[in-house]
Design a protein around this ligand. Structure first.
Ligand SMILES: [Zn+2]
Ligand SMILES: [Zn+2]
Length: 256
């Protein structure tokens, strides 16, 4: 499995990275994971968007999905598509409100919304908790602790596993999902104790504790907002987890 970072800034795009977006590849299958603010530019720099095989969204906050509107325009109006988007609709695995949410982001007014239907280029598949397959990947979906319908994922291929937290507070289902993972890519949005809002985000310490409890092989820290001290978050995570910890960087490719 190859993981490419299209964006990793938390909550908003930052000066050095777009918001959340990743590309997971195996056996020639390209799965987009989130498409947050600014990530569509980063995607085009490395891949033809027509050659995406699927898209997976943890939840529908703008920092994870705002560039879906740009992708829609690209797939519909590119004058020389490398494949027919109507014959090969892109599978979109997302929370159930995705079709209406994305129409609202794309259409301009009520009349436009009434006639806009994105099913010409997208095949929406609502996520539910449990196991399923996307191309060559075995995917486990677990509910996350975040203010909207949100999920965490465990993606496995070739005997290797990646757990991606999405946005979440500490929760038991995530602990269970992460058990024994080779790599955990965890959000860490603040330093521990600096914000006292439950069921929203993880601190650096909580990300480290998640990896330690799971017995993970490696912790990749992501989704650090521009207003948060990334070094302090990393230091907390390293205190809690004795294994390798690093902050993902824009454009980096990880062999998992
Ligand atoms: Zn977020
Ligand atoms: Zn969120």
């Amino acid at each position: 499995m190859l993981l490419t970072v299209l964006g990793c800034s938390g909550s908003v795009p930052g000066p050095n990275a777009p918001a959340s977006g990743y590309l997971l590849e195996a056996e020639g299958f390209a799965l987009g994971l989130e498409l947050g603010t600014g990530t569509f530019a980063a995607l085009q720099a490395i891949r033809d968007p027509f050659l995406l095989d699927g898209l997976l969204f943890s939840h529908l906050h703008a920092d994870h999905c705002a560039d879906f509107a740009a992708l829609t325009t690209f797939l519909r109006y590119h004058p020389r598509p490398t494949r027919d988007p109507r014959a090969n609709r892109l599978a979109v695995y997302a929370p159930s409100e995705a079709p209406s949410r994305f129409v609202n982001a794309y259409a301009t007014d009520e009349a436009d919304r009434a006639v806009t239907d994105l099913s010409d280029v997208f095949d929406f598949r609502p996520l539910t908790t449990g196991k399923f397959h996307i191309g060559p990947f075995d995917v486990v979906v677990a509910p996350a602790a975040h203010p909207c319908e949100s999920f965490s994922f465990r993606v496995a291929h070739g005997g290797r596993s990646l757990v991606y937290t999405g946005d979440t507070g500490v929760c038991g289902t995530l602990t269970e999902l992460a058990h024994g993972a080779d790599v955990i890519m965890s959000e860490a949005s603040w330093t521990h104790g600096s914000v006292a809002v439950p069921d929203l985000h993880l601190s650096g310490r909580e990300a480290g504790e998640l990896a330690a409890t799971a017995g993970a092989g490696r912790l990749l820290v992501t989704h650090v907002p521009p207003w948060t001290d990334r070094d302090a978050v990393l230091a907390e995570a390293r205190t809690a987890f004795p294994g390798p910890v690093e902050a993902v960087e824009q454009g980096m490719v990880y062999e998992l």
